[in-house]
Design a protein around this ligand. Structure first.
Ligand code: DLL
Length: 436
């Protein structure tokens, strides 16, 4: 049992004890926030709810939500709940649109977050004997710092590689015998392709597991990475606002990710009405952080769509599980009135044996939405005859029509022509936004 869990006393806690712990922490946290965060106190006052009204987990639904818009409005210090002198760190989102989210951490917050990442590493088979190769970006992004801290807690030899410089990644991986790789799935794919190009076979590296997250990836992509690198690939989920990676992690059963419920309460709500939905329903994931001191968000709307399920897991953990995010309320594309998720396109590509190197371009021409999918041919698929390429494009188009309900224009392009990502991949270019 020793190496199966990082903190078995919490990870395998009976459900009723988890609920009791969550209730106790929720009451304390709401009081902490009400007393120290005027921004949230105002929201509670507007809703006519006081800390004394929160006595059970069901009372959670009385509390107001927080959204990304609130975080922007309160930027930078408006949601801080402790004096700045108690904070030891900030981390931040990549912030492609609008203001970045800046999250603050006390030393206890960093400790809790690193424990969560350590749980993920141990669940992927990590022990002190491992060489943990961290190729998530270091810096403001939470990926590098989180897995780095978790790796230290487990006692692995930690390689703080950060992302980029793939030659050096490969050299250290081979020379130092990396056993666990942590990076985005798209970068794992890229590292795998690079090893293949160098003629290094999957059984020639020492890797046994990978801990991949921070962006959507499909089961098909998991199989692809597993065979390229000769490893078992584990999913990890998290977001800066709630701490970073490790909010949820996969165990060996690999049927959903366990949410660290001793630290976070997860709800699924109807994104349109805000009503909480029963377990098993698909909806928007909402988190309440129970232990965060500096940046304690209550009922934060993640915009990630998923399903929660509670049941016996063969790994022995009792924490509720979330599915992979099935999309985001804000990455759903509406094309000619039809809802399209990039993950659906990716699933078709990999099912048909294509690499997950693709880019989706949406535009509006003569008042009609257009959908173009650029897909890289792998060297095996590459063909010189135009007829052959056209036939392959047609077949992809019809598979996508079945999946999406609309017909995209598929363009097969030469290997290595779509820019590779060392962090989160850019899958969608929506040119309609540029015209607005
Ligand atoms: O991406 C934290 C992280 C780092 C998670 C490393 C896992 C590994 P943000 O940059 O704030 O934080 O982005 C958070 O990324 O709301 C999801 O939409 C997406 N995301 C995170 N993990 C996954 C995953 C980090 N495993 C946003 N699958 C979240 C799909 C994910 N999407």
């Amino acid at each position: 049992m020793e190496n199966r869990y990082f903190q078995p006393e919490f990870e395998t806690m009976p459900e009723k004890d988890i609920k009791a712990l969550q209730t106790k922490k929720l009451i304390r946290q709401v009081k902490h926030v009400y007393e120290n965060v005027p921004y949230y106190r105002n929201l509670m006052d507007e809703k006519g709810v006081k800390p004394e009204d929160i006595k059970t987990l069901d009372d959670l639904r009385k509390l107001p939500f927080l959204s990304k818009a609130d975080l922007r409005e309160a930027y930078p210090y408006g949601l801080l709940a402790v004096p700045l002198s108690k904070c030891v760190r900030i981390q931040s989102t990549s912030g492609t649109t609008g203001k970045r989210v800046v999250a603050f951490y006390t030393q206890n917050d960093v400790d809790m977050w690193e424990d969560c990442c350590a749980r993920a590493i141990v669940a992927a088979g990590g022990t002190k004997g491992d060489v943990c190769h961290v190729s998530y970006g270091y810096g403001l992004f939470t990926g590098g710092a989180g897995l780095h801290g978790g790796s230290h807690k487990v006692g692995c030899l930690t390689l703080p590689m950060s992302s980029g410089n793939t030659d050096r990644q490969v050299q250290f991986m081979m020379d130092l015998g990396s056993t666990i790789l942590c990076c985005t799935p798209s970068y794992a794919e890229f590292i795998g392709e690079t090893l293949k190009e160098r003629g290094i076979k999957p059984d020639e590296n020492k890797l046994k597991a990978g801990i991949f997250g921070a962006e959507p990836w499909t089961e098909e992509m998991r199989r692809d990475i597993e065979s390229l690198l000769g490893i078992k690939a584990y999913d990890i989920y998290g977001l800066t606002e709630i701490s970073g990676p490790g909010v949820a992690f996969e165990c060996e059963e690999q049927r959903g990710m366990h949410i660290n419920e001793d630290h976070f309460i997860a709800e699924v709500i109807d994104p349109d009405t805000g009503e909480p939905l029963p377990e098993g329903s698909r909806g928007e994931l909402v988190f309440t952080s129970l232990d965060k001191e500096a940046f304690p968000l209550i009922r934060y709307r993640t915009r990630d769509i998923c399903v929660l399920t509670r049941g016996k897991c063969t790994c022995g953990r009792t924490f509720v599980k979330m599915t992979k995010p099935l999309g985001r309320t804000d990455d759903m594309l509406i094309i000619r009135g039809v809802n399209v998720f990039p993950s659906q396109i990716e699933a078709v590509l990999i099912n048909q044996g294509y690499s997950p190197n693709y880019q989706i371009e949406v535009d509006r021409v003569n008042n009609t939405d257009t959908l173009d999918v650029f897909v890289e041919l792998s060297p095996e698929h590459f063909s010189d005859t135009i007829k052959d390429v056209e036939r392959q494009e047609q077949s992809l188009q019809s598979a996508m029509k079945t999946m999406l309900g609309i017909v995209p224009k598929v363009h097969l392009v030469a290997p290595k022509t779509i820019e590779r990502s060392e962090g989160k991949a850019v899958r969608v270019i929506d040119k309609r936004k540029l015209h607005d």
